[in-house]
Design a binder for this molecule. Structure first.
Ligand code: AMP
Ligand code: ZN
Length: 474
């Protein structure tokens, strides 16, 4: 049981004030998690660049940070956690995809944003509190560049605005890369207009056939790193509690976000904790588009239930690299079947409270393999129980599974193997509509639109009528 005080947790009789520990990749240590304000815990995760179908490796951070979001909400309360995950809808990769397919950029980004949201829902990934879309923040990006110029961290050269890394003394300290790695790792183009080859682009000119926005430096577009710094500032503030992403983003992306944000915020740190997930491998290598060894979630979902994919991703602790394989999917399905067989004995039991050891394992740097081992033990014990004790054990087991976003399907439906779920359940739809109504009452129209678009992406159209909000499946 969670202690009555929302920020305390009991471990073996001791009361811990800050029970969540996270491995902070800035200090290379596991640290007790202490938010700046327990009433408003903020986290930001670099989201997808929307120009093609995501592979299952791309979904590792989506699932891992969804687990962190759930853990923080469990401890601090649902209302207290603000989680922003952006959509990158302006990027050279998107421009290239538009050229190759002949489709307009907006058509590509809208399609793959909808695909990403639908696949996220199939993997039981909660909707983040905010999903800032980069192109809605261009004004903020321009003003950030102006501040960096005023503060002496940037310079204009050949229509570009560049961040001058030598002006930020801590540059490189976060990722620990040396000068050589900096150049190799950043794959920076050695352009003649740069004062130092490691300087990176804040703003660059757009050709006539490329998307662009008017700016004091001519028509152009932002650099990728700048997009995140601006969305973080606008959505969450100067210093956030957790910044997350895949391990490959530590350098140059996060190093550059840190430099930019410090440059406009008088050195205030960007995040109190940096959390990075390890890679999902395929064969000997990291799964990646450039190596061509990817497995698309779009294809996996034709064969496997989203919960199986989720379970497979959670079977390793998030920092560990691990291999993707069909065998892993088969085993994940088998384990879930065992769990659902128990649930099938009392399909209508509502989840109660997860056992404390499950919560402790989750709070211990999101140790999901231990949580799964505990689920097996709980299941084995419950199988041998009878009567009320059994029902109570099942209720607690279900709560434990749902803490990981698992065991959300009706057991009968699970064994029918209905792969293609007919979108959202009625309860889920009504919950989202209620959330949207609340946002509208609070005059949070952007939030309300976000929920409307999310519903649309999942095939539900809504209409506001004098009598309330009506909905229908498309
Ligand atoms: P991208 O859309 O390529 O920017 O990637 C989205 C997210 O997926 C980033 O946080 C990457 O770090 C992460 N990512 C990409 N490939 C992998 C992989 N093989 N394993 C784990 N995370 C990955
Ligand atoms: Zn980012």
């Amino acid at each position: 049981m969670l202690d009555s005080s929302p920020f305390k947790n009991r471990v073996e009789g001791r009361t811990l004030m800050n029970p969540i520990t996270l491995y902070d990749s800035a200090t290379h240590k596991k640290r007790a998690f202490v938010p700046g304000d327990p009433g408003r815990v903020t986290m930001y995760v670099c989201g997808p660049t929307v120009y093609s179908y995501a592979h299952i490796g791309n979904f590792r951070p989506a699932v891992v940070f969804d687990i962190l979001f759930r853990a923080l909400r469990h401890l601090y309360g649902t209302e207290a956690v603000v989680y922003a995950r952006n959509i990158t809808d302006i990027d050279d990769k998107i421009i290239k995809a538009a050229r190759e397919t002949g489709e307009p950029i907006e058509a590509i980004t809208q399609k793959y944003t909808a695909v990403y949201l639908e696949e996220s829902a199939r993997l039981n990934i909660l909707l983040p509190t905010a999903e800032p879309v980069a192109t809605n923040y261009i004004d903020g990006m321009i003003s950030m560049v102006e501040k960096l110029l005023t503060n002496g961290f940037a310079y204009v050269a050949d229509g570009h605005v560049l961040f001058e890394v030598s002006r930020f003394h801590d540059y490189g300290a976060f990722s620990g890369v040396n000068q050589d790695e900096m150049l190799a790792g950043a794959r920076v183009e050695v352009a003649s207009y740069k004062r130092n080859p490691a300087d990176f682009v804040l703003w660059k000119p757009s050709k006539a056939d490329e998307p662009g926005w008017e700016s004091p430096w001519g028509r152009g577009r932002p650099g990728w790193h700048l997009e995140c710094s601006t969305m973080i500032e606008r959505e969450l503030g100067q210093t956030i509690d957790v910044h997350g992403g895949g391990q490959d983003l530590r350098f140059p992306h996060h190093e550059n976000e840190i430099a930019q944000s410090a440059g406009v915020h008088s050195g205030a740190p960007l995040a109190r904790y940096w959390v990075h997930n390890g890679f999902l491998h395929m064969g000997a290598d990291k799964m990646s588009k450039s190596l061509g060894n990817t497995v698309l979630v779009h294809d996996l979902l034709k064969q496997w239930h989203g919960e199986v994919l989720r379970f497979a991703l959670l079977s390793a602790q998030y920092r560990q690299p691990f291999d993707w394989s069909t065998d892993l999917l088969v085993q994940s399905k088998q384990q879930l079947d065992r769990f659902y067989r128990l649930l099938g004995e009392a399909p209508d039991v509502l989840p109660s409270t997860p056992p404390q050891d499950v919560v402790d394992a989750l709070y211990d740097d999101l140790n999901t393999p231990v949580v799964i081992a505990l689920l097996h033990a709980l299941r084995d014990r419950a199988m041998h129980m009878k009567g009320t004790a059994k029902l109570e054990a099942i209720a607690s087991f279900k709560a434990a599974g749902q803490l990981l976003g698992l065991l959300t399907v009706n057991p009968e439906q699970w064994f029918k193997g209905e792969l293609v779920e007919e979108g959202l359940s009625v309860t889920e739809i009504e919950e989202l509509i209620a959330e949207r109504d609340k946002a509208r009452q609070e005059r949070d129209f952007a939030g309300a639109d976000r929920i409307r678009n999310h519903l649309l992406a999942l095939g539900v159209a809504i209409e506001d009528r004098p009598t309330g909000t009506a909905w229908r499946r498309k």
